[in-house]
Every structure is written in C-alpha cells, then in structure tokens.
Design a protein. Structure first.
Length: 415
C-alpha cells in the first residue's frame, strides 16, 4: 500500500499522476486546506478503501480532477479556494430514485404511521396523478427534487419511470427524466397497470412489446419490481431479458417485502444492481458475493414503512459490494437525503461510518457501472461536496444537521 507522501507522489508507484504539477494549467482551481479528503482510491492516503488524505488539496481543471494530495504540495494555480479545514467527499451517487411523479401521499404516510401496513398497491394513487399531470408539471417536479438532492450533496442521480404504465405515459416519463439526468431507467413493470388488473399476462406482453419499443430509445436501464403483488420470477425474467435484447442493462427491485427470486435472477442476468435486499437467504447472499451485481440498500424505505432493516453487515462480511441510495419516491421513501440514509445505515444496519460513506459514493457508482464518478482522483469528474465538519464521520455522528455547505458539479460550484 502506498501510504507515504513520497509514494503517493511518485507516478511510478501509483497510477495517479499526482506529482505532475507541471501538467496542471495555471487556470486550474485548487481547493486547499481540506482537513480530510475522501478519494475512494485505496492506493492514496491512509490506504483504506476511502483513501483518506489529511491536510489535503484537490485541483480541478474543466470538469475533471487533475491532482489530489497534501495541501502543502498543491501546484500553483491562479484560482485558490480555502476549504477552511472542512472535509471534502465525492459527490453522492444516488443510484435509485423515482422522481417522475405527481400528486401527494401525505395521507397514506400518516395512516401508515398510525398502524396500517404498506402495500404495493399504493403506487396506483401516484399513477393516476402522474397521468393527469402536464409535461411541464412533471419536469418541474423532477427539477425540484433533484435540486433538493443537490443541496444535500448528490451530484449523480438515477431516476425511473413507473407511474405512467401506458405506452405513452411511460415514454413521456423517460423523455422528461432524460432532460435532467443520463441515468434513466425504464420501469414499466413497477406494478401491473390497473387497466390490466384482470390480465397481468397481457400487461407483461405490453411491457415487453410496444411499451419497450417506445421506451428503449430514452433509457439506459430496464428494471422490474419482482415481488408478491407485483411481478413473479418468470414475469420479471421476461421483462429483463426483453429489455436486454433492446440494449438496456438490467437492475432489479428485489427481495424488498419478502423472500423471493429477485436477487438470484439479478445475479443470473448480470444485473448491475439488486435493490432493497431486505429479505435474503444465505444462498442469496452467496450469489451476490460471487457476482458483479451490487446490493443497493434503501434504508429510507424501511424507515418510512417501519419495516425490518436490511442487514448490511451480513452482506459486507460475505464480500458483497453494497451501495446506499434514497429510493426517493412519494409513497414508501420520500427523502432525497443521502446523509440521512448514511445515518440510518450506520445506526440501524451495522455499517461503519467509512463503509456507509463509501457505499453512498463509490458504491452508487458501481451500481451504475460508472468509474468517472464516486471518487476524487485524477481523471474523475470534479463532483465534490464540502462538509461543515472536519470529517465525513460527522454525517452519521450529527444526524439531521445540514453539514453540506458547498457542492461542486462537473468542476463548477453549484451550491
Ligand atoms: Zn424503487
């Protein structure tokens, strides 16, 4: 492990060209006087998965990071930003949200918190409101929630369709999502459309046929809610393989409310991510551990439905790659806050603060099969967050406190 400053700054010893000061343009921007910098490169800094560098600096050129290292060794640049002893972390990568929706489900949440259990059918309420909304209303809602997330440090967002459930409404949702992010997921198979209540097989034919044809041009991913009351294993397989045949990559809502075939299916089809993973057998955990499928945990959903927590410790100890995400949606997890999810993961899912931070950044990137985000190393996108704290540990140590004070996205300060 290259832990000494000399090793860190020797290009022969590390792939990161941190000593190439002469290659840094004077017009670059150096953020200096960072108390602790999370790079997510274990070859840097303290040699842990977070690659923590103390008394650090980051140099940005255009939309990219070009240098990281100790503040005293930062190359000369025209622009210098003093971090004032704050911590800097990669921007959060929220790999699971449902932001193309309209309507309000406050009453449902209020009732559930008064003792009524969550049922997947609550989605129908949002479907009706979403169908009735204009394009402008839907787009404004996406923008509002993405800005809300950005203010809390999220710089990469995935979002899904799934509240239209007709050919036209699903394609519209994806087109609108694509105005705001590149990570767009086709979730026509969220629930069986109410229009097909008596013909679920007919709805699967629609989702894998004309709806897919209309939606595939707007999406990178295909997803399915594999769950009792939604789609069984065979139906989920049909949805995912049809999407893959159209060039979409798979991700799966798996094992959220009960044990089931979702995780095994995700692994079998090399899905990028199995999301939720709340009810897992030992065989499910073993399958994930021997796959390239990330387990994406969504503690906002368990919080908002008073459901049992997924056991992150069990997954991590088995060697599974774990991501944390918000699942931001109006029914079962109406939070856009990655810091809140980190705090829950540490308090209730037995993750360490370091693991939770990694999962909310590099883990999310892995769940989107991205290498350009979720880390702060030369060549990575300059997406970073300054915390009003000396360390990322404060995100769990000080739950609910608005610690995010600056957010840089693609090399520009946006918050
Ligand atoms: Zn979801």
């Amino acid at each position: 492990m290259n832990t000494s400053p000399a090793a860190r700054n020797n290009p022969a010893a590390t792939s990161a060209p941190t000593s190439a000061n002469s290659a840094v343009a004077a017009t670059a921007t150096a953020i200096v006087n960072i108390a602790s910098l999370v790079t997510n490169d274990p070859s840097l800094g303290d040699g842990t998965p977070l690659g923590l560098i103390q008394d650090a600096a980051v140099v940005i050129e255009g939309d990219r990071v070009v240098w990281v290292g100790e503040s005293s060794e930062a190359p000369g640049t025209d622009n210098r930003v003093d971090a004032g002893g704050r911590a800097v972390i990669p921007g959060f990568v929220d790999s699971h949200s449902h932001l193309v929706f309209a309507g309000d489900r406050t009453a449902e949440f209020n009732a559930r918190m008064s003792g009524r259990p969550y049922e997947a059918g609550g989605i129908r309420t949002t479907v009706a409101a979403t169908r009735a909304a204009t394009d402008a209303e839907l787009s404004a809602n996406v923008a509002r929630h993405m800005y809300e997330a950005l203010r809390q440090g999220t710089t990469t967002f995935e979002t899904k369709s799934g509240y239209g459930l007709t050919v036209e409404d699903e394609a519209r949702a994806l087109r609108i999502a694509g105005e705001h992010t590149d990570e767009v997921t086709y979730l026509g198979a969220h629930i069986v459309s109410p229009d097909y209540a008596d013909d679920p097989a007919g709805y699967v034919d629609l989702v894998t046929g004309p709806m897919l044809d209309a939606c595939a041009p707007y999406a990178r991913w295909v997803d399915v809610f594999c769950e009792k009351g939604a789609f069984d294993g065979d139906q989920a397989r049909a949805v995912l393989t049809a999407g893959q045949a159209k060039g979409l990559q798979a991700r799966v809502h798996a094992n959220q409310l009960s044990y089931g075939p979702g995780v095994q299916l995700a692994v079998e089809l090399d899905a990028a991510s199995a999301d939720h993973c709340t009810h897992l057998t030992d065989a499910d955990v073993d399958a994930l551990a021997h796959s390239s499928t990330v387990a994406t945990l969504l503690p906002g959903a368990e919080f908002s439905t008073r459901a049992p927590w997924p056991d992150a410790r069990r997954l991590l100890d088995a060697g599974v790659t774990v991501a944390l995400s918000t699942d931001c949606n109006p029914g079962s997890s109406f939070t856009s806050s990655m810091p809140f999810c980190i705090a829950l993961a540490v308090r209730d899912m037995r993750m360490t603060p370091d693991e939770a931070l990694w999962s909310a950044t590099a883990g999310g990137a892995a769940a989107l099969r991205r290498t350009d985000v979720g880390r702060l190393t030369p060549g990575a996108r300059a997406d970073l967050t300054l915390l009003d704290a000396p360390s990322h540990v404060h995100l769990a140590y000080r739950p609910g406190v608005p610690l995010v004070t600056e957010v840089w996205r693609k090399g520009l300060r946006t918050i």
